[in-house]
Design a protein around this ligand. Structure first.
Ligand code: 13P
Length: 253
């Protein structure tokens, strides 16, 4: 049985005080609603990690994530943050290769491979993002691109390493646009991703990897998306900034 995951990606939103309030509400509601068989992840800005970590109960189903980290462990990289720094703060997961970072920070396949290695080495779980732009889908090149994103950055890892990953499929055209991919489009791609993993690492690894969908997930569409057989949850942007909405999504399995 794969884990069901509702992961909020707050991006560059909230100040530390409002972020703490939001996280406290999420924790409280998760407890009130007795959500225990869904893993809730909050991917918060770096400045919020330390204070939010303190209010997370030791139940293991509420986790804290960072939204990126540098590929080197230390050094002259002004403005960057390293995996050991995040590990020291008790971070559980790190989002890597989000399309916004691929686009604005020109993250390369090779960098993402090194980042994934560093995150694994520091006992955190990479949430590795992939997904195509609209033009790529219109050229019917979306499967090839997603395969390339996975294979170029991840397929040098051995099966034990790879089995620790969470994959997030986020079609760029559905992020922050209000346009959600249809459940058929999502299932088709998730199935393809699992098939691609199975070909490389075998069925048993493929079966255990959580594959999340991201792109305009809301309380209204979460149930339909999460009922797809190869969808194990969501990576949720805008809707994760409202505690009730986010918890409603987490209850949609
Ligand atoms: P939205 O849910 O706001 O579309 O963002 C998705 C996303 O980018 C999560 O990482």
């Amino acid at each position: 049985m794969r884990k069901k995951i509702a992961a909020g990606n707050w991006k560059m939103n909230t100040n530390p005080e409002d972020g703490l309030k939001l996280a406290s509400q999420v924790v409280q509601m998760a407890q009130d609603e007795s959500i225990s068989d869904t893993t809730i992840i909050m991917s918060v800005p770096y400045t919020h990690i330390e204070r939010i970590k303190k209010i997370i109960p030791p139940t293991k189903n509420i986790l804290i994530a960072a939204q990126n980290c540098h590929q080197e462990v230390s050094g002259a990289y002004t403005g960057e943050i390293s995996a050991p720094m995040l590990q020291y703060l008790g971070v559980d997961c790190v989002i890597l290769g989000h399309s916004e970072r691929r686009e604005y920070n020109k993250e390369t396949y090779a960098e993402l491979k090194t980042k994934t290695r560093i995150v694994l080495k520091h006992q955190m779980t990479p949430i590795f993002c992939c997904g195509e732009k609209l033009a790529t889908r219109e050229e019917s090149a979306h499967f090839d691109l997603v395969k390339e994103q996975l294979s170029s950055s991840l397929f040098e890892f051995n099966a034990i390493e790879f089995a620790q990953l969470i994959i997030a499929y986020e079609p760029v055209w559905a992020i922050g646009t209000g346009v959600t991919a249809s459940s058929e489009e999502v299932q088709e791609m998730h199935h393809f991703i699992r098939y691609t993993i199975a070909k490389k690492y075998g069925e048993s690894v493929a079966k255990q990897i959580p594959i999340l969908y991201g792109g305009s997930v809301k309380p209204e569409n979460a149930q339909t998306l999460f009922s797809c057989p190869d969808v194990d949850g969501g990576l949720i942007g805008g809707a994760s900034l409202d505690a009730k909405g986010f918890i409603d999504i987490a209850k949609s399995f």
